[in-house]
Design a protein around this ligand. Sequence first.
Ligand SMILES: [Fe+2]
Length: 368
Amino acid sequence: MATATVETITQNLPTLSLRSSPTDGQEQSEEPYRYAHLLPYFSPETYPPLTPFEHIDPASRALSHSNPRSFLDNATSVTELTPQLGTEVRGVSLAQLDSDARDQLALEVARRGLMVFRDQEEFLESGPDFYRAWGRHFGRLHIHPTSGHPQGIPELHLVYKDANTTFNYELEGSLSTTVWHSDVSYEQQPPGLTTFFLLSQPTTGGDTLFTSQISTLKKLSPQFVAFLRTLKAVHSGVEQAEYSRSGKRGGVVRREPVESVHPVVRRHPVTGEEALFVNRQFTRRIVGLKREESDNILRFLYDHIDKSADNQARLKWAPNTVALWDNRITAHSAIVDYAESKERRHGARITPQAERPIPALEGLQLDD
Ligand SMILES: [Fe+2]
């Protein structure tokens, strides 16, 4: 795996912007890369800490709608990926959805966890100002502390890998690239409805795995769930920041890392569903338990998340696909199985923040 340093980034970016295909031993094209203006840029500026805000969930507005799925009326196909998680839609252009339809979409994503919309060329071609306006409908846009973004568009989080560089958060020395997580769960108000799409993708590979944290919780025995509801856990952004400080992924930390205490079982503010809310990438320890107790419970829960294909769906990307997931009730993992092809994978994420996680157990104090 290529390891990006500040020096290689400086050297590589001009090359990247002039090539439409990877340069290592492959046929080179002089055609400019169509999305060169959206390549990762690592701004040296710094940001102050995030401040709390009140999140009004757009899905709540659709609850009283007479037909909250009418935004799908013109779909040519609506297919459930699995019984519990994920719906794939064709024939609906997201870029055409008005405010009412976007509220309905938010409710449907909250209910299905993941929605995949195919043939969204209109959405992709609408450009960064549209992407931001789209995201702002669903919440305050998160600006990532360490990832690359297009120059001047910090609200667009990018994942990027090609023959020469990677700006992904990839830990070395593991058997697998599978790392289940909920995005930036270390923030006090982690993201809710998240939109992600690929501007460029490998011929095959680079799928994304999703799992329902509602389903993973439901598999556990009632007695164990009752215990988990009493627990809260520390989520930390420190390791991710240190990864960048070591010179990888662009080498910048624009906002000092934070740690937040969240309930181990959270309740969705609109559907009322309970979901497990720990993940291997950012959850560090359970508050109040002895270290061995915390380590063993977390390891058990991570193993359960890892192994339970019963709860999972796998998204195979195609050009012009847009995926939306509810980051509060799902977890996901990239699959970096395409490295040898040296092809480009360039993804963009619009990440509205949501409420501070609501404990499933009423009265659980998070600030003790
Ligand atoms: Fe992610």
